[in-house]
Design a protein around this ligand. Structure first.
Ligand code: AMP
Length: 520
């Protein structure tokens, strides 16, 4: 089973349907994409004689060529290493060196930064820009049809370097079988797009949008890369007016921007099929606003690089099941275990916990990474007895809906009490003037840690720390209330939209001390 064959199969079914578009223009039909994949596969194997299992780096802002290279590499039995182009050049260098990539494909904007790395890295023989004649020749060459390389289901297809909010990236080795599981379980649990539908790649293709694209290629849909090569709410509005059956993968912050965009909300929303969101918490208040404005198009996924896009999901139907007695609890959850995926919540010794009890989320199934690339220590810490330790803290309800509280390392322990920042963040976001909120702990001589809240407000003078303190006192236990509020213009986030809590923890240490304790 070789994922490179997906395109051959779809091309036989829908040869003249658009496979790839750039903005509103067709870039390649499925027949043309299959020809490019074949030509690249031939080039890798016959001209360059690259051995099966060799690594190919792909550092590209979103471009149609990304897909030709990805499927071409798989077809040739090679391992793709897509790298988030927004990473720092030192991080990109680390990933290329660590994976031992022999070739690296780049989008033209990144060529000046990446090309010199051939001097620095022994394993890296060539950096090829997708606008270079060298690439156009290898992609457009008219060559004989070659069979896809014979790979086993457990062979690695994609090394996914975790975006991480701390430390060095780790390379989760994702097999052909794991990615196929991801595709099938998307169709089982979330959506079954067809050849009349499309997906817009506005989030990084090296991450969630790339994974989401695989589903759409398997189903013969049109994969659209915006002309801006990224996310722009006005451009999204324009594409939505043009294309029917439109889906996208979006980080929660992107959905909030779409909802706030007058161009997007006044576009033809009947064309909107599905917005899959995940990767970071989306707060209930934001989900409800998005449902009100955009309609019943939201589906949530909870996953990790190590279990790509697939641990649990909250279906589109669950988002709209307003009459269910536990509707709001469900909306605050990440949904139920995915098809073919086992999910448990366990105590620190690995013992099973019952519904309602809080512990670490662990996962088992064919979806999981096989291990981390050349990192025994991290592999041992993450995988044990076939289970993946996610590092996320959560609890199941009676119906099997999982609610995440936090990453275990983000939990605050104050006076021996566990405090889950997400609960406080959800509450602060209820205040109409609060646009974003993030809660962290900082050292406290008496309590061990105390809670500090960072707030981004809609208006300059919209809200005071006293207002927010009152909100907390009215709704949550006193020991959980933030002892200081820090107002920011925006929260620091990494390139996939995750809040950088480490930076906030550093900032929190310099914030002024406690709020006066109000009388109750
Ligand atoms: P990454 O491997 O970089 O994609 O990060 C995975 C982590 O993002 C997970 O372990 C969770 O902590 C977080 N995450 C992913 N999806 C969700 C979600 N739907 N809700 C809350 N957190 C999420």
């Amino acid at each position: 089973m070789n994922l490179g064959q997906l395109i051959e199969r779809t091309a036989r079914l829908f040869p003249e349907r658009p496979a790839l578009s750039l903005g509103k223009n067709v870039f390649a039909t499925y027949r043309e994409l299959a020809a490019s994949v074949n030509a690249l596969s031939y080039h890798f194997r016959t001209i360059r004689k690259i051995a099966p299992g060799s690594r190919i780096g792909i550092v590209m802002t979103n471009t149609p060529e990304f897909w030709e290279i990805l499927f071409g590499a798989w077809h040739a039995g090679l391992i793709a290493v897509p790298i988030n182009p927004k990473l720092h050049s030192r991080e990109i260098e680390f990933i290329l060196a660590h994976s031992g990539a022999c070739l690296c494909f780049v989008s033209p904007d990144l060529a000046p930064a990446i090309s010199p790395l051939t001097e620095a890295l022994i394993s890296l023989h060539d950096v090829i820009s997708s606008d270079h004649l060298k690439y156009l020749h290898m992609r457009n060459a008219s060559v004989t049809t070659v069979e896809a390389a014979d790979v086993l289901p457990a062979d690695t297809a994609w090394i996914f370097y975790t975006s991480g909010t701390t430390g060095r990236p780790k390379g989760a080795m994702l097999s052909h079988r794991s990615l196929l599981m991801m595709i099938l379980s998307h169709c089982a649990d979330l959506d079954q797009p067809g050849p009349e539908d499309c997906v817009v790649h506005a989030a990084p293709q090296s991450h969630g949008s790339g994974m989401c694209g695989l589903v759409h290629f398997a189903r013969g849909a049109n994969n659209i890369v915006p002309e801006s090569h990224g996310f722009d709410a006005e451009e999204m509005a324009d594409l939505l007016n043009h294309y029917k059956g439109l889906s996208l993968f979006a980080a929660p912050t992107m959905i909030n921007k779409l909802v706030a965009s007058s161009a997007f909300v006044s576009a033809d929303l009947s064309h909107l099929r599905t917005i899959i969101y995940g990767g970071a918490p989306m707060y209930q208040a934001d989900i409800r606003r998005a449902l009100d404005v955009l309609g019943p198009c939201l589906g949530q996924i909870y996953g990790q690089g190590e279990s790509p896009m697939t641990i649990t999901s909250l279906s589109k139907a669950a988002h709209c099941d307003v009459d269910h007695p536990r509707y709001f609890e469900r909306l605050a959850s990440v949904g139920v275990a995915r098809t073919g995926v086992e999910v448990k919540v366990v105590d620190p010794k690995g013992g099973d916990l019952a519904a309602g009890e809080i512990g670490e989320v662990i996962v088992r199934g064919d979806i999981l990474m096989t291990r981390y690339w050349y990192d025994d220590q991290a592999t041992e810490a993450a995988l044990s007895g076939g289970w993946l330790r996610t590092g996320d803290i959560g609890s199941f309800d009676q119906d099997g809906f999982l609610t995440l509280l936090d990453r275990s390392k983000d939990m605050v322990i104050s006076g021996g009490m566990n405090i889950y920042p997400r609960e406080i963040e959800e509450l602060l976001l209820v205040h109409p003037s609060v646009r974003e909120a993030a809660v962290v702990g900082r050292p406290h001589p008496e309590w061990g840690e105390e809670v500090v809240a960072f707030v981004v407000s809609h208006t300059q003078d919209g809200v005071s720390d006293q207002d927010l303190d009152r909100l907390c006192l009215d709704n949550i236990a006193r020991f959980k209330r933030p002892k200081a509020y820090i107002f920011l213009e925006s929260l620091p986030k990494n390139s996939t939209g995750k809040v950088l809590k480490n930076e906030l923890r550093t900032l929190a240490k310099t914030a002024p001390s406690e709020l006066p304790t109000p009388k109750v």
